[in-house]
Design a protein around this ligand. Structure first.
Ligand code: GLP
Length: 260
């Protein structure tokens, strides 16, 4: 795993945007895997800036989001569709028919999840998957204990996730208890993964994910098995990494190669 330690949230977001933009420029009809949460907001802001000021073109890009709360309609202010629309889609030139966020309203969940997987396959697979990390080490909504080979399905959220995400809702009782999420196996099929984390609160889980054993108890740790995963973390989130100096040294040394 390539580990980039950025000075702060802004630098983390800029570096992430540089990597995503490179994919979009090299392959204008690329497939982006997108994530919600507070972590990628800076990345989306930077992509919007690049679109507005530098003409970064999303007209042929297709997107698949990782997850959606089960039971929330797309127009619900806390739904992930709404989040994506407000924080990215409405500000760039992506046709809305090119964006895919799992539906939180489907009745036949199993059939729908198979369909979502099929749509990703039909699109040619995900070129780059953006990921945040939950307080319990989840990627998407793959809570501890999720099979490392899992596919898109309905998951029951842990108490910790419900509590962590309650900050966006009026009352904790309003937080949905279920979500539809791409599986760990689905995520691992993306050609490239981009894991982002910032802030002191993530320091311990980031160290577990990057340097701990690969375990279904911290689903982000499976990214250690991914052939092309870049983790970009800010100084605060990097605080508990044992090999922090080495990662910084590697990045400095690699500047002599053509690496974004
Ligand atoms: C949710 C999402 C994850 C996200 C996580 C962390 O649980 N399903 O995809 O990574 O929140 O959120 P934040 O970035 O706000 O810390």
């Amino acid at each position: 795993m390539r580990v980039i330690i950025a000075d702060n949230y802004e630098a983390m977001s800029k570096k992430a945007a540089e990597i995503v933009a490179k994919t979009v420029m090299e392959k204008p009809d690329c497939v982006l895997g997108l994530a919600t949460g507070s972590t990628p907001i800076g990345l989306y802001k930077e992509l919007i800036r690049m679109h507005k000021q530098q003409g970064l073109d999303f007209s042929k890009v297709r997107t698949f989001n990782l997850d959606e709360y089960y039971g929330l309609p797309p127009e619900h202010p806390q739904s992930y569709y709404y989040f994506m629309y407000e924080n990215l889609f409405k500000h760039i030139n992506i046709p809305l028919q090119n964006v895919n966020v799992p539906s939180g309203l489907v009745k036949d969940v199993k059939a729908y999840c198979l369909h979502y997987e099929e749509m990703i396959k039909q699109a040619g697979g995900i070129d780059i998957q953006v990921l945040g990390i939950g307080g319990d080490g989840h990627i998407g909504f793959n809570e501890p204990g999720s099979s490392l080979g899992s596919r898109t399905r309905l998951k029951t959220l842990t108490e910790q996730t419900v509590k962590d995400n309650s900050r966006f809702f009026e009352r904790i009782e309003d937080v949905p208890r279920f979500a539809i999420t791409m599986g760990v196996g689905t995520i691992m099929e993306a050609r490239k993964c981009l894991l982002l984390a910032n802030g002191t609160k993530k320091a311990n889980v980031v160290a577990q994910a990057i340097e701990g054993p690969v375990t279904a108890q911290v689903t982000a740790s499976v990214l250690q098995l991914h052939p092309d995963c870049v983790a970009i973390v800010d100084q605060e989130a990097a605080a508990e990494l044992k090999r922090k100096e080495y990662y910084t040294y590697v990045e400095r040394m690699s500047q002599q190669f053509d690496k974004v």
